[in-house]
Each structure stands twice: as C-alpha cells, then as structure tokens.
Design a protein around this ligand. Structure first.
Ligand SMILES: C[S@@+](CC[C@H](N)C(=O)[O-])C[C@H]1O[C@@H](n2cnc3c(N)ncnc32)[C@H](O)[C@@H]1O
Length: 251
C-alpha cells in the first residue's frame, strides 16, 4: 500500500521538475517546453468537447458549481469557469495548487484547494452540478482507493448533476511492470536528488492503475448513482470515460 504522503511527495517532485509535462505528456514538451497558450488551449478544447457531450446527455440540470478533482495547474478548471458560476479545483500537490492559483488569478469564480485525503471531506454532499476528473484516478494506487474517490465524487454531486471521469479499464501485462517508476522510487530512497533522476536518468514516479468497467459501474450503482454512458477507447492502455448522474429529489 502506497501512503498518501508518498503520493503527495511524488506529485510535489513532478510539480517542481516539470509540471506541465507531468499533466499532458509528450517528448516534445519535456523539460519545460510547453508553451503557456498552447497548454491552456488543450484545456479549452477538452472542456468544449465535454460540454457538447453533456448537452447531448441533458445533464447537468444546472450550471452553478463545478469541481475538478486532481486539477494540477488548473488547465481544465479555468476552462470550466466559462460555463459555471463557480469552479473549484482540488489537488494533492500544494505546489500544483499554488501555480493554479497564480495562473487563474484573472478568472472570476475560480478557486483552488489542496485535498490530501482519501475522500472529499471538505465538501458537503450534493454541492456540485458538475464533478470532473481526467488523468487523475489512473495515478491513484489500488482499486479500493480509486473506487473510494469515485464514491466520494458521487456524494458531492448534486441531484441531476453530471459526474464525468476517466479511468483506465485494462493495462496489458507488458506495461504493468513500470520499471522507470520503480527505479525512481528505489534511487530516491537512496537519496539521489529527484532532479538527477528526472533530467539525467530520465526516470519519473508516475504510476498507472486500472479498474475494469463492471467493477466501476457496480461501485457507482452502490453509491446511488446512475450510469448514463461509458465510452471506452484503446491506445497503449484501454481507457474509459464515465458519464454519471444522480436522481433528482422528486425521483
Ligand atoms: C496528470 S495530472 C492531470 C491534471 C488535470 N486533471 C489536467 O488534466 O490538467 C494528475 C494530477 O492529479 C493529482 N493527483 C494525483 N493523486 C491525487 C489524489 N489522490 N488526490 C488529488 N489529486 C491527485 C496530481 O497532483 C496531478 O496534479
């Protein structure tokens, strides 16, 4: 079992070393080579697509408050602010949150908080019309921890809201070993500075987890949610995006 402290340390390392690459990877962007406008544009494009699909599904019923779980530097949260009155981004890494606050200082209705716990205890049940999370749960170690977050996202979702999250559903065997990450952890433990590990040895601590679609759907239904749609795509890993709602008070 990997502790929350360890997960937080890994993401603090990444936030210090190369935050934008850690968020949207690609060799051409490594070592701080993400242009700010191009980076933020990826968030706008992603949110536009999500909102188009949301409209087609007919959820959320209201656009008051949105939450992004695992917001990084706020690439997506700030784009959501064009569609919701109030947007909150939470992340396990204080450094990511700090940068998100700086970059989003000019955007009204936007705020960011550190959330370094197994749930979303800082938020009341039913608070958010949209709960959004992509490229996050895949890095949480272990099925139980992932499903606990999923159930928390359902809890804070408003009736007739929309929960949209992405999570790999299958990782082929040859990609499960993740030697780069193991070596990073081992050498980091021996006291090798993270900068040397990342820059010279090209190692990094990012882990990849997956949960099969039926297990996720069961957890969602157990927590009182209704699955509207699951879209699955395959590249190196098989990844699924879940569109979920919760019945309104009158149902
Ligand atoms: C690949 S980045 C994606 C950021 C953002 N979702 C985006 O698409 O721009 C993953 C983010 O998840 C955060 N994260 C990882 N584990 C987390 C956890 N248990 N709770 C909250 N945030 C977490 C990391 O700190 C990092 O900022």
């Amino acid at each position: 079992v990997v502790s929350l402290e360890r997960q937080q340390r890994d993401w603090e390392d990444l936030a210090r070393l190369d935050p934008r690459w850690a968020i949207v990877a690609g060799d051409e962007h490594r070592f701080g080579r993400w242009d700010t406008d191009a980076f933020l544009e990826t968030g706008r494009v992603e949110v536009k697509k999500a909102m188009r699909r949301a409209e087609r599904l007919g959820y959320p019923a209201h656009r008051r408050r949105a939450l992004e779980f695992g917001c990084g530097t706020g690439r997506v949260t700030r784009a959501l602010a064009a569609h919701f009155e109030e947007c909150v981004g939470v992340d396990i890494s204080p450094r990511m949150v700090e940068e998100a606050r700086e970059m989003g200082a000019d955007v009204p209705g936007l705020s960011f908080e550190v959330n370094a716990e197994e749930g979303l205890g800082a938020f009341a049940s039913g608070r958010f019309d949209l709960v959004y999370s992509r490229l996050v749960l895949q890095h949480v170690p272990g099925r139980d921890a992932i499903l606990a977050y999923v159930q928390e996202m359902v809890r804070v979702l408003a009736p007739d809201g929309l929960l949209l999250f992405q999570l790999p559903s299958h990782i082929p065997w040859r990609h499960r070993l993740q030697p780069q990450r193991r070596l990073y952890a081992g050498l980091r433990r021996l006291g090798v500075p993270s900068k040397v590990l990342y820059r010279r040895l090209r190692l990094q601590p990012i882990r990849m987890s997956a949960v099969p679609v039926p297990d996720v759907c069961r957890a969602l239904e157990e927590s009182g949610a209704r699955v509207l749609e699951v879209r699955t795509g395959r590249s190196v890993v098989e990844s699924s995006t879940y569109y979920v709602t919760k019945e309104g008070a009158s149902a």
